[in-house]
Design a protein around this ligand. Structure first.
Ligand SMILES: [Zn+2]
Length: 251
């Protein structure tokens, strides 16, 4: 059986010297694996299609119940603007790792596929990688079933418009009274409402939301700690970004 399917490469792993196993995100079949035979050979036409980020139409052949064999492909987007920028490339790697870790295999979702496609397009188009990443991390919290509640106090449940402290274990911001009694991470008072905005806004409407560098850093550290606490998953891509930051951010 042969199947032509459009997919975004989430991950590629060498298999022996010349083959590569790829994980594809597709709208019709969800997340699937495929074996790209000979894709690491210098003259292979598959070579450019098996290293993320890539969006392409793939021809997969199936014999029996095993993984599909990726025999041909046609590039739709190689995200050149991302590949040519070390920072964008690092953020795309982290994003695709997040999507890979927090999605189930073989659950078709056109919404998820288009979300990831739009996310990569926005990154390539020059939208703020940190803001895009916070938006993605908030979606991941939702997929993982640990969506933070941002409009109420995680201590007493009172409605909140602003908050000085975020209780990671408790799953949300604290009011001033609860903040005196429970430990939490200090945040700028507007952070919960900004996170709430990013929780809801469609990725292609992110426009030019401007966020101060220290606010971005707070949101990003907070969500990393939050995701790790509630899911127990450590993400290599984030550690790589932190390492890059030691050499300074681009201006
Ligand atoms: Zn409270």
């Amino acid at each position: 059986m042969k199947r032509s399917v459009e997919g975004i490469v989430l991950r590629g792993t060498d298999y022996g010297e010349t083959h590569r196993v790829v994980t594809l995100l597709t709208a019709e079949f969800g997340k699937i694996g495929a074996m790209a035979r000979g894709a690491n050979r210098p003259q292979s036409r598959l070579r450019a299609l098996v290293r993320p980020p890539v969006r392409a139409r793939f021809l997969l052949s199936y014999t029996g119940r095993g993984m599909g064999i990726l025999s041909q492909g046609e590039l739709i987007d190689g995200y050149r603007a991302i590949r040519e920028d070390l920072w964008k490339y690092a953020y795309s790697g982290y994003a695709l790792e997040l999507v890979d870790r927090f999605t189930e295999e073989a659950v078709p979702s056109s919404g998820l596929f288009h979300f990831v496609a739009h996310w990569l397009e926005q990154l390539a188009a020059g939208k703020d990688p940190e803001v895009l990443t916070v938006l993605l991390e908030l979606r991941v919290c939702h997929w993982a079933g640990v969506r933070p509640v941002l409009d109420r106090c995680a201590g007493c449940g009172e409605a909140l418009s602003e908050s000085p402290v975020f209780d990671i274990a408790g799953g949300g911001p604290l009011c001033r009274r609860c903040a005196r009694e429970r430990p939490g991470v200090a945040i700028g008072s507007g952070v919960p409402s900004l996170l709430r905005l990013l929780q809801e806004v469609p990725v292609d409407r992110i426009g030019d939301i401007r966020v101060r560098p220290e606010t971005k850093r707070q949101m990003s550290d907070l969500l990393a700690a939050y995701l790790e606490h509630h899911t127990g998953v450590r993400l290599r891509g984030r550690e790589y970004i932190r390492k890059l930051e030691q050499y300074g951010r681009p201006t």
